[in-house]
Design a protein. Structure first.
Lengths: 118, 111
């Protein structure tokens, strides 16, 4: 059974940093592209970042470029999102999602809530 | 404002069929056959229902179908059931630096 379990969310002040983790199981993690997708409270879904299976290519939505960094450790079956210079508008539930190529997301974690507030 | 346009809400009675539209541009929906649909019940994570316009992942009911014409994609749910009540989101691969864009979501109410 495919499982994705996010952790690392919490309350952080504007300008602060947070590192999210996603532990994968039930599939060969090293062969799949991975993504982070977020959802602000009461709002819709927003794709955040993408990384290829071997970490050779990464993409980011414009609003997080230069502030967020996606990475992975295939030996640990883990995906990460380093978030710096956090803003109020980054407040959201962050989902880890397995990629269908670069175009869809076939399995999602339960999400971890990030709250940016003073 | 979302990149793709969906109706805010649709409703139908059990057993009926409903269709949710998703309108984009020549840079996303119209450019690729890479439209997906996700179902999100309240308080839960999204679930992939359709990918590549009309393909169903294993385990998804054949009551769910997808199609596309020009810059507009559609999700049809036939034989509506109470368990189908959820928010539905479309997404598309895009030529822009933002690789995937979502619609604003449609709340489906089963009357």
């Amino acid at each position: 059974e495919v499982q994705l379990v996010e952790s690392g969310g919490g309350l952080v002040q504007p300008g602060g940093s947070l590192r999210l983790s996603c532990l994968a199981s039930g599939f060969t993690f090293s062969t799949y592209n991975m993504n982070w997708v977020r959802q602000a409270p009461g709002k819709g879904l927003e794709w955040v970042s993408y990384i290829t299976s071997s970490s050779t290519t990464t993409y980011y939505t414009d609003s997080v470029k230069g502030r967020f960094t996606i990475s992975r450790d295939n030996a640990k079956n883990s995906l990460y999102l380093q978030m710096n210079s956090l803003r109020d508008e980054d407040t959201a539930v962050y989902y880890c999602a397995r990629g269908v190529g670069a175009r869809a997301f076939d399995y999602w974690g339960q999400g971890t809530l990030v709250t940016v507030s003073s | 404002q979302s990149a793709l346009t969906q109706p805010a809400s649709v409703s139908g009675s059990p057993g009926q069929s409903i269709t949710i539209s998703c309108t984009g541009t020549t840079s996303d929906v119209g450019a690729y056959n890479f439209v997906s649909w996700y179902q999100q019940p309240p308080g839960k994570a999204p679930k992939l229902m359709i990918y590549d316009v009309s393909n169903r992942p294993s385990g998804v009911s054949n009551r769910f179908s997808g199609s596309k014409s020009g810059n507009t994609a559609s999700l049809t749910i036939s034989g509506l059931q109470a368990e189908d009540e959820a928010d539905y989101y479309c997404s598309s691969y895009t030529t822009s630096t933002t690789k995937v864009v979502f619609g604003g979501g449609t709340k489906l109410t089963v009357l």
